[in-house]
Design a protein around this ligand. Sequence first.
Ligand SMILES: Nc1nc2c(c(=O)[nH]1)N[C@H]1C(S)=C(S)[C@@H](COP(=O)(O)OP(=O)(O)OC[C@H]3O[C@@H](n4cnc5c(N)ncnc54)[C@H](O)[C@@H]3O)O[C@H]1N2
Ligand code: MOO
Length: 398
Amino acid sequence: MTRHPTGFPMLVDVAQAQALLRAHLPPPATETVALAAGLGRTLATALSARVSHPSATESALDGVACRAADTVSATVSTPVALRVVGESRAGQPFQDTVGAGECVRIYTGAPMPPGTDAICPVEQLTDQGPHQVALRRPARPEDVRHEGNDFQAGEEVLPGGLRLSPARLALAAALGHAEVPVRRALRVALLSTGDEVVAPGSPLVRGQVYDSNSVGLQAMLRECGCEVQVLAHVPDSPHALETALAQAGGADLLLTTGGVSMGKYDLLRDLLIEQGQVAFWKVRMRPGGPAILGRWQNLPVFGLPGNPVSSLVVFQVIVRPVLTGQPVSPLRLRAASAFRTLPDKTAFWRGVVEGGTVRDYGAQGSGRLRSLSEANALVVVPEGQEVEVGDEVEVLLL
Ligand SMILES: Nc1nc2c(c(=O)[nH]1)N[C@H]1C(S)=C(S)[C@@H](COP(=O)(O)OP(=O)(O)OC[C@H]3O[C@@H](n4cnc5c(N)ncnc54)[C@H](O)[C@@H]3O)O[C@H]1N2
Ligand code: MOO
């Protein structure tokens, strides 16, 4: 890390950039939402089971419940006959005790009747009239699901801090919760800048570009569980930029794209350096090196580079882990090709994971947006580290 002549940090690394962004966001607050609204949110506190699952010892198969000891000799040529004394259905259990030589017809999820300890599935039974069945193999205790074998009432099952996926929401429901405590959604305002940037759907003249960054970033913010306020696009005008910043006043964070690099018209950079405060400018990464973090009055502003790949990669690598509280969790895979080394930057090269290895996607220009669709991973090559074919590399799946 070095310092700008005016004193703020420059050329920070990815971890420093994350830490500085974290320090500029409000401390996490909690709210309670219905399960249906929990997708993608971060669980604020651990959830314990209010009931056991299964709530009773039950059958895993459709068949008969009986005593295993009565059926050990059962084979296709010497079936064992049992007297059928009743039926246990899910929601309507058989209440009496089942005795030696007896069985109860039972269905998946129905409670095991008292006295029984094993199941023989319907495929292995021959009906011998309404009150007798013959078993062609022994009944098995393994086909009984014991009360609480998934989780027991009182057990802490979902730790705080987890991101709520569909499976975790289903688990929360099974634990007996209709609502979940989640971190309050961060309110993020989103602003794209640049004279040449036009809204999708409008006519495009040579030299202009459709505003793809806003679309990709808005979707990524929603995936992070944020409330997104999309501000009207601003041209390269200091006055328009200041007006837009004022509109984002109530947000926890303003995310911008464009205008942060070395050009004369990179106005966000000028505004933060000259009239705001800067927490850092430039990250030792590629793509995405020119990213900037600062404050405009009380509003934290994260300036993503305008290049489409750079903005989405910086979001993925720096912003997403901070907004969600979930660290990036790289895979380790063998390289099926060499990857370029940068002496003073960590590279996040687009790669293709296939057959358990990862290879270089090829065209790594920061304007090649299609690469982010055709590649399926970012390969992390730390500063100065050589990567040859067969070496292990860290891979972030896209
Ligand atoms: N002399 C130097 N030039 C540049 C440097 C440098 O270090 N020295 N850094 C380069 C790098 S790296 C990047 S990344 C870009 C970042 O530039 P800015 O953040 O200032 O972005 P702009 O100049 O406004 O735009 C760059 C590029 O991206 C297109 N763009 C902008 N906004 C959008 C949008 N919303 N949707 C789609 N595409 C967008 C824009 O048209 C430009 O082509 O700077 C390099 N230059
Ligand atoms: O970071 Mo720029 O992102 O290399 O094009």
